[in-house]
Each structure stands twice: as C-alpha cells, then as structure tokens.
Ligand binder design. Structure first.
Ligand SMILES: Cc1cc2nc3c(=O)[nH]c(=O)nc-3n(C[C@H](O)[C@H](O)[C@H](O)COP(=O)(O)OP(=O)(O)OC[C@H]3O[C@@H](n4cnc5c(N)ncnc54)[C@H](O)[C@@H]3O)c2cc1C
Length: 385
C-alpha cells in the first residue's frame, strides 16, 4: 500500500494534519497504538456522559482562525471553566479574584483586597532580607503573600510535583495573576468550550474519509528510507507500506530507540467511578489544595456538556479523582519535566530529528513540549499555509 503520508498518532496533531492533507488531495494512513482514535481527547460514553478518559480537556483560544476551524468541524458549547478550590472543607473560587479574596479576608472592594495582598507580600519580601527568592515557596510568597500561598498553592503544588515547594525551583512560578474583579472564568482567552456531542465528534470529523488503523504500533514495523526512490518502506509480517513522508507524533526519544537516554515525564492516574446521584459536586472541576486528600482534583464530567435541567435528566454521574504521579514504564507520558537534564536531552533528540529524512515530528510527545490543544491545531494549520 502506498500513501502520501503515514501519520503515527491520531491525536489532534495527527488528525488535523490528516484533515488538511485530505483537503489538499493527499492520501493518508493514520495509525495509533491505542485501541481507539483521538489521542488524549478521546472520551468514553458512560451512563450517557462523555468521560474524558485521558484527563479533562477544555478547549480555549484567542485565535479566531483556530476557533473557526474547529467550529467548522463541530459546533462548540458555551462551557466556561470556573474551578473551585477545596481547602480543608472551605471552598474558594479560582482563579484568584474578588470572590476568593472576599472568602479569605471578608474584603469587599479591590482597594481592600490590594491592601491585604500588598501587606502580605511585604512581609515575605522582608523575610528574604534582600536576597532573591531561592525556591518556589519563597517566590510564590513574594508574589501573592502567605494566605493565598498556604491555602491555595502550597500543598496542591506539592501533590502535583511530588516534592516540597522549598525543593522546587523558583522559576516554575514567574507570575501569579490576581484578578481584582468578581470573575471566576479561569481562562483569559476570547473563546472556550467543549464540542457539542464530545471530542470524539471532533476527531471523527477530522478523520472523515481518512484510512485509519488502531492497535497498530509504529515500532512493530521494520522501517528503512530508500533515498533513490525517496520513499520510506515499512513492513510487519502482514502489512507493507510505502510513503514519501512520515508524520510522527509519538515520543521523540523512542523514535531514536532511546539512544541518548530516556526523557522523564510526569503522569496522572485517574480513579473513575459512577455516583448514584445526578449532581455530585455542582461543578466540573474541584481542586483539592490540601494534603488531607491524596488527589489533586475531582472532575465531574457531565458538567462539561450538561447545563441547567439537563444535569437532572441524567440520573447518575461520573467522577474522576486525579492523582499526580511519577512516570514509570507502561504508564501514559503526560507532562514533560523541564529541568536541565531533560531540556539538554530533548535538544539532542531534536538535532537528530532535524537530520531524519522526510519525517515531521509534531505534537506534545514528538516535540517534548507541553502544548494546549489550540496551539497544536494552530501549528498544523500553519504547516499547510
Ligand atoms: C492530563 C492532561 C490534560 C490536558 N488538558 C488540556 C486542556 O484542558 N486544554 C487544552 O487545551 N489542552 C489540554 N491538554 C493538552 C492536550 O492533551 C494536547 O494539546 C493534545 O493532546 C496534543 O495532541 P497530540 O496529537 O500532540 O498528542 P496526543 O493526543 O497524545 O496524541 C498522540 C497519539 O500518538 C499515539 N502514539 C504514540 N506512540 C505511538 C506509536 N509508537 N505507534 C502508534 N501510535 C502512537 C498515542 O497513542 C496518541 O494517541 C491536556 C493534556 C494532558 C496530559
């Protein structure tokens, strides 16, 4: 079989690439080693609810071209992310805004909130005695002061990274925006939402008319580049493929057989269960910001797509607890670990990738960079300009 592109990975990078290629009259085969298409945005239907199998995904962007593009495939709903933080049973609105400050200190005006924050920041700066902050804890204290840090940042960050804030580098937190208005909308972007009918609809639309194969691992193919034909030749015991170009969305270190060493990742373990109530926590996202609970967040999936009375028309609900975890072999690689070792190693692999003939390395795994969904789509759209 011969295709213009062999696309490894059916996540948003691979699927958007296939869509644009097909529009340009090219043939593509998309393979994925998972049993289903869609990469991390794949959702499983449980009790009539789309459950975000690989972590809650909220689409947000200020890029009109990207927004129009995805809405051209499937219409998006009006979901607005307004997470709530639970600290030892007390609930606070996020991101830090006037609602949060009112709950923390009883302040009612932006001037009162500013005075309180400035007073606490000054205490933190004074404690440094003229030194620069040397770790995340000191940095965060100088940016927002003790109360916000201790109740809403410290223990949550420690659960996320599996290390104490005093052991984490200061640069992880450069800015901690505080909003002096009563606005719980988490994102500053112009557009946000969830595809109506779920993310699978978006992936189905992108891959409509494209050949796909699931349960198919790229590394099960023997592959070689034939320079005289300008073709990649790939084969397994029952399949032979030829293509002038590969689009590779898997982990970059694995492509090169880990020849320089393995890149580190953080991952998340999900514990998902059905609750026999139509409305478990009243919000899609609740962050647990103390060590009292071992999980970082609880997601109630139905609130991404059901609003008002619809919530009660569906008698059950599905919730997922998220446990931030060190990555080990066999787990899903989720977040790159941006320390000196990994950055240097990723650069070595990027140099090898630049020399690989006719392979596009794209997406979060192949670039070893954290990308939200919209920038991934933007990248692909730009490749086709
Ligand atoms: C927990 C979590 C939550 C997130 N939440 C948000 C959010 O709220 N909003 C947002 O904008 N972004 C979010 N993101 C980011 C979003 O998931 C990425 O932007 C998006 O997944 C990037 O798409 P991709 O195609 O690069 O990667 P992926 O979706 O991971 O797709 C890569 C695909 O390649 C396949 N693959 C890998 N190796 C092989 C192989 N050897 N053979 C065949 N197939 C292979 C994988 O199975 C996978 O399907 C989140 C990410 C994570 C990890």
């Amino acid at each position: 079989m011969k295709y213009d592109y062999l696309i490894v990975g059916s996540g948003l990078f691979g699927a958007t690439f296939a869509y644009k290629a097909r529009q340009a009259g090219k043939t593509c085969l998309v393979i994925d080693k998972r049993p289903q298409l869609g990469g991390n945005v794949y959702c499983e239907q449980v009790e009539g609810i789309n459950v975000h199998q690989y972590g809650a995904h909220i689409f947000h962007t200020s890029n009109k071209e990207v927004w129009d593009f995805v809405n051209g495939i499937v219409e998006f709903n009006r979901y607005t992310n307004s997470p709530v933080a639970n600290y030892k049973g007390q609930l606070y609105n996020l991101p830090f805004n006037m609602n949060t400050f009112n709950k923390l200190w009883g302040v009612k005006t932006p001037a009162e909130a500013t005075a309180k924050i400035e007073e606490q920041k000054a205490d933190a700066v004074a404690a440094l005695n003229g030194r620069e902050p040397s770790n995340l804890e000191e940095q965060a204290l100088t940016l927002v002061g003790k109360d916000i840090f201790e109740k809403l940042i410290k223990e949550y960050t420690e659960k996320q990274w599996g290390r104490k804030c005093t052991e984490l580098p200061a640069f992880i937190i450069r800015r901690l925006p505080v909003r002096l208005i009563f606005d719980n909308n988490y994102f500053n972007d112009k557009y946000q939402g969830i595809p109506i009918g779920g993310y699978n609809k978006l992936i189905e639309g992108l891959l409509d008319g494209v050949d796909t194969m699931v349960n198919t691992d790229f590394f099960d193919f023997k592959r070689s580049y034939n320079p005289s034909k300008g073709l990649w030749e790939l084969e397994t015991c029952d399949l032979q493929l030829e293509t002038p170009e590969i689009v590779y969305c898997g982990p970059i270190d694995q492509y090169f057989d880990f020849c320089n060493g393995k890149l580190d990742w953080r991952t998340v373990r999900f514990e998902t269960r059905i609750e026999d109530t139509p409305n478990y926590q009243g919000n899609a996202v609740v962050n647990y910001t103390s060590h009292d609970e071992p999980y970082t967040r609880v997601i109630e999936h139905k609130h991404f797509e059901m609003f008002g009375q619809e919530v009660y028309e569906c008698p059950k609900t599905v919730v997922s607890e998220e446990y931030s975890t060190e990555y080990k072999e066999g787990m899903e690689p989720y977040y790159p670990v941006n320390n000196d070792r990994n950055n240097a190693l990723a650069d070595q692999y990027r140099q090898l990738a630049a020399k690989e003939p006719n392979v596009i390395f794209g997406g979060r795994l192949a670039e070893y960079r954290y990308y939200d969904m919209a920038p991934v789509i933007e990248k692909v759209l730009n490749l086709w300009k």
